[in-house]
Structures are given as C-alpha cells and as structure tokens.
Ligand binder design. Structure first.
Ligand SMILES: *Cc1c(COP(=O)(O)O)cnc(C)c1O
Length: 455
C-alpha cells in the first residue's frame, strides 16, 4: 500500500493505540512527514539523530480515552494509572498528572520520577516482585500505595509500617491463572509466573493480614500480560477478581479498589488489530458491573494500568541512514546510527515495526531491505525484509510505535550514548531528555589510585 493511503487508513484519533503513527501525522506539501506540526527531517537536523520524538496530542488523546471511557461505561468510581515502566520521565509524569491520572512504579527511580514530575502520592501505586528495604521505606514514607506481591514483602512491611508516622495503603497482588496469547516474556497471568500470590495461598494470606494491626488492605490487583488483542481474557480476569474480592470481604477486609492491570495491545504493523481503548474499558466495566450485581455487592473503585496503549504510538524514532551492503540474491542491509541500544524490542521479543523515509513517504517502496543497527551483534536488526524506496546514505528514516518500552529499556551497549527526546505540539518542539555524551558514560567509572599513572 502506498504510504499516503496507509497513514490515512490507520487513523483512529479517539484510540491512538489503533494507529501506527501519531494522530497528528500529516504528509506535507513536499511529500515529507509532519508530526505535531513539526517536519521530521527538520527535527533531525536541529537535534541530531537518533532522536526520540513524542507527540503530545497523541499522549493526551490516549489519557482522555481512558478517562472518558471509564466515566461513560463504569457507574462507580474509577482511576486509570499510567504504568510508567513503558516510559518513565519527568515529562510523562507531568503530562499524566495534568490529565488527572495516577501512575504505577516498580522502583525507587520510577517513584522519584513520578513524585518530582508532580503526580500526587495518593495516586501512585508501587509494584515489584523483589522490592528492596530501601524502596519499601521510601514508598511508605512518601505515602504511596504499596502492592504486596509475596510473603517477603509482608515480613518487611510488618517491621517498617509501625515505624512510619502515617497510614500506608496496601493492595494485594495475586496470579489469576489466566492464559492469554502473547509473547512468553510478557505473559504474567498464568500460574507459572514470578508475580503475585498463588490463588491457592490467597485465603491464608488474607486471613493473616486481617489479624495484623499494621496492615490496612484496601485493594486487590492482578495483571495478565501485555500486547493482548483479545477482550475475553480481561473479562475472565474481572470475574476471578470479583471472587477474590468476595473472599476478602468475608474474611473481614474492607476492599475499596479493584485493579485489573494493563495489557491492551497496540498496532505496530498493519496486520495488528487491537481493540480500541473504549471497547476495552467497556468490556471490563460491563463485566464488573454484571458480576457485582449478580453477587449483590457494592461497586469497587475500578483501577486499570495502561502502559503501552497510552504511549507507544505517540513515539517515532528518527535515524540517519549510513552504510549499505547488498549481498546479491540474499539480502540488502541498510545500517542506521542507532539500533538495539535505543530499541531492544526486536532482538528481545522479535517485535515488528513500520518505518518510512520521512522526506519521501509517497514514493513507491519497491526495494526490500533489512534495516540494521550499528551494534556488534548480528541480531541487531530493527526491521527485517521491509519495503522502502531506493535509499541514499544521509537520508532520515522514521520508525513508528517507539513511544513505549524503547527509551525505558534502552542501554549503553557498545558505549553508545542514549538519544535525545523531544516533545512536539502545534509546530513547537522542546527537548525533554538531553542527549547523552560519551563523557557522560565515563561519569561513574572509577580507576583505583594504584592504577593511575601506571601506563
Ligand atoms: C507492565 C505492567 C502494566 C502495563 O502493561 P501494558 O501492557 O504496557 O499496558 C501494568 N501493570 C503491571 C503490574 C505491569 O507489570
């Protein structure tokens, strides 16, 4: 399909997770691509490459979709929390706060980023299957809600909470025993998972906690995995969670919150077809209302934790094309100035992406190429067997759908500095993450005195 019709045909501005590119994507009069009113190749020459570009309107549209859908389909109280591991930064924390959402974090670094970015502590939830003492203290002292994941959490909280001069809200995470079709590494709801209490232990743990003076259990949590295209597993999850809620109530806990996690998929390539945000929210809301009616219980506060579906399609990564290698009859390689250090998803999960030459989007893509990164790994390939027009060195390539799990999973492999990130909106671009320099990478290296001056 020609790229011009391609960008139009995938456009769903109310549910950005169904788009490959940001919702503000426009083909300009020169046949190049604009996002947030900014021409991508101009951003590349102004800020350098590789460059992460984030479209503010797309992020806000996703937040609004979650917020408004919850309001429309769920008659009880609700709160959407951004799963910040998808992209943890001051700018994301600030945007999330301004949209009235909450946030979930899994480390002291993510907590600090959320708090410094202005997310109110009452709306922050702290997860993790192996939290450190220091992290638990930090979370308790700051008034963040803590998700108890295992017995080791309980053992330490029992000591920490009585020494804290404020009440600490607790949620309990359990493994719901639900299978879903997604990559093995991002599946979390089946019984063989490192996260949460086994359902068989739930009753014992709930009984133990109800007798503990220090524990104020206010919610239950479960999460079945990521990049899920089906609604059914999420509906099944709601039913399992209502069972757990009733059990907890019978044992004597006053549970107010039911947190169903995240997992809604996004469209990386044309054949991906995730549900819209509103259909996802509608499905879990209807199921929860129906189950609560059936069991005659009050509606809990419905919480969900979107990560990927909130930010993936808002991001585009710009690269400069460098060397090219054609192996006749086998493969044409085009190398770019980044790769697995700024986007480890292809080498980790065999993920696919869509890309284009940002100045020549409407030209016929008649060459099949493989786009490789610059790292010393043969597996450092961003797109395999992808169609592009005949490509010249120095041209700018844009890879779509890189807003989630790219910057947050980036590394300095081969001592390659991390890219800069800019946010674009209405023709303006602003740096939100400075580009690392090779000197930055030496900042924490230490050469012991006895090695100095030897060589
Ligand atoms: C990763 C994760 C999420 C977010 O998942 P997405 O698929 O990115 O929406 C939400 N909750 C928990 C506990 C997670 O680990």
């Amino acid at each position: 399909m020609a790229n011009s019709t391609f960008f139009e045909s995938t456009r769903d501005s109310k549910s950005p997770n169904r788009n490959i590119s940001p919702i503000t994507t426009q083909i300009n009069v020169n046949g190049g691509l604009d996002i947030g009113g900014c021409t991508l190749s101009e951003l590349a020459s102004r800020y350098g490459t590789p460059l992460y570009v984030l479209d503010e309107e797309t992020i806000r549209a996703s937040c609004i979709a979650y917020r408004e859908s919850l309001k429309k389909y769920y008659p009880g109280p609700s709160l959407a929390l951004y799963a910040s591991k998808a992209n943890s930064s001051l700018i994301m924390s600030s945007l999330i706060a301004s949209e009235g959402m909450g946030l979930d974090a899994v480390s002291e670094g993510e907590l600090l980023t959320a708090i410094n970015g202005g997310v109110p502590v009452e709306k922050i939830v702290f997860h993790g299957n192996n939290k450190s003492d220091q992290e638990l203290y930090f979370a308790c002292q700051n008034g963040v809600t803590i998700v108890i994941d295992n017995q080791y959490d309980i053992d330490r909280l029992e000591k920490i909470i009585p020494t804290i001069n404020r009440s600490v809200n607790l949620m309990l995470r359990f493994t719901p025993g639900i299978e879903c079709h997604t990559h093995e590494y991002i599946r979390t709801g089946h019984l063989d998972s490192k996260f949460g209490f086994d359902p068989d232990q739930l009753e014992t743990v709930l009984k133990k906690l109800v007798d503990s003076k220090w524990a104020n259990l206010s919610g239950l949590h479960a999460h079945i995995g990521s990049q899920i295209f089906e609604l059914q597993p999420h509906e099944d999850l709601v039913a399992v969670m209502v069972d757990a809620l009733i059990l907890a109530k019978q044992i004597g806990h006053s549970i107010k919150d039911l947190n169903v996690g995240g997992g809604l998929g996004v469209r990386y390539i044309e054949s991906d077809d995730p549900p819209s945000i509103s259909d996802w929210v509608k499905a879990i809301s209807n199921k929860l209302v129906q189950e609560c009616k059936k069991r005659d219980i009050k509606l809990p506060r419905l919480m969900c934790e979107p990560g990927r579906s909130l930010i993936a399609s808002a991001g585009v990564t710009l690269y400069t094309i460098g060397s090219q290698k054609n192996i006749p009859g086998i493969r044409s390689y085009i190398s770019v100035d980044g790769g697995m250090s700024d986007n480890p998803r292809p080498i980790t999960y065999q993920s696919s992406y869509h890309a284009c030459l940002v100045d020549r989007v409407i030209e016929n893509a008649d060459q099949t190429v493989t786009i490789a990164g610059k790292h010393c790994e043969s597996g450092d390939v961003l797109l395999k067997d992808f169609c592009l027009p005949e490509t010249r060195s120095e041209e700018i390539l844009g890879v779509f759908g890189t807003g989630a799990y790219n910057f947050s999973m980036s590394s300095n492999y081969n001592r390659i500095p991390r890219p800069a990130a800019v946010i674009v909106n209405k023709g303006h671009s602003e740096i939100v993450q400075r580009r690392e320099t090779p000197e930055d990478l030496l900042r924490l290296d230490v050469l012991p005195d006895r090695f100095i001056g030897l060589n």
